[in-house]
Design a protein around this ligand. Structure first.
Ligand code: ADE
Length: 244
């Protein structure tokens, strides 16, 4: 997969893409990340990328030309599937990002992420260039850069071969529709606090039952809204209704 990120702050991406799973995926060529500076596509003497808003008001608006040109320069690189290429603007006005959207995006061969600045992007970019708008939550960041990193990380870890089988994404919170069960490691007793006995029992069936029950309880306590969509057995539904 290829992810192209258009930004006014390319340096922000250095550390996240040179550590951990993202770095490993890039090194193994499972994903290619291309960070493109929108300013390189502004051709006046001062490389102007923003301007005052028509009609007045505080804050500058990102000009359309450098963004269109940056996207067009990328599109020229790919030979097939141009129509299938999602061009996504990161903005608090977008559809809320979710694990399901991460899965959707992970199926494309190439995705373009455009980092807006919070004050605004010329509306013609929305109307005539982007195919999708994504928000990472109901709060305001100064720009889309951190949001693009969140989207890239969530998508890349789903690509085949990126995670080892031992940390398969199938058990993740949200993959099952439930929050994850509590995890423990050694020591078995720390400051007098013991690990639940069942986890030390070696009985794999009991452990699996306990984990499933804990995942359901935790989801009920913290995110009851998720339970409606989770795939629960009849017995599990009874458990939930009893606890409610
Ligand atoms: N840009 C500014 N705030 C944002 C948010 N919450 N999500 C995505 N992009 C943004």
């Amino acid at each position: 997969m290829q992810i192209d990120i258009l930004t006014l702050f390319p340096q922000m991406f250095q550390s996240p893409f040179s550590t951990g799973i993202l770095k490993r995926a890039i090194d193994q060529k499972l994903v290619g990340i291309n960070i493109q500076n929108i300013r390189d596509c502004a051709h006046d003497k001062h490389h102007t990328v923003d301007d005052y808003a028509y009609g007045g008001g505080a804050g500058m608006v990102l000009k359309p030309e450098p963004i269109f040109e940056a996207v067009e320069s990328i599109k020229l690189d790919i030979k097939e599937g141009v129509n299938m290429l999602p061009i996504i603007l990161l903005t608090p006005q977008g559809r809320p990002f979710s694990q399901q959207i991460a899965h959707e995006l992970s199926r494309y061969r190439q995705v373009i992420l455009i980092c807006g600045r919070y004050e605004g992007v010329d509306e013609r970019v929305r109307e005539h260039l982007v195919t999708d708008e994504i928000s990472i939550g109901d709060y305001v960041l100064s720009g889309g850069e951190l949001a693009a990193m969140v989207v890239a990380e969530a998508v890349v870890r789903l690509l085949p071969g990126v995670l080892g089988s031992e940390d398969s994404p199938l058990d993740d919170s949200y993959a099952t529709g439930l929050l994850e069960y509590p995890q423990y490691t050694r020591p078995a007793v720390y400051k007098g606090w013991s690990v639940p006995q069942v986890l030390l029992s070696g009985n794999h069936a009991q452990i699996a039952n306990w984990r499933r029950e804990q995942a359901i309880l935790r989801t009920l306590e913290r995110r009851p809204d998720l339970l409606d969509k989770a795939n629960l057995s009849l017995e599990e539904k009874r458990l939930v209704n009893g606890l409610k």
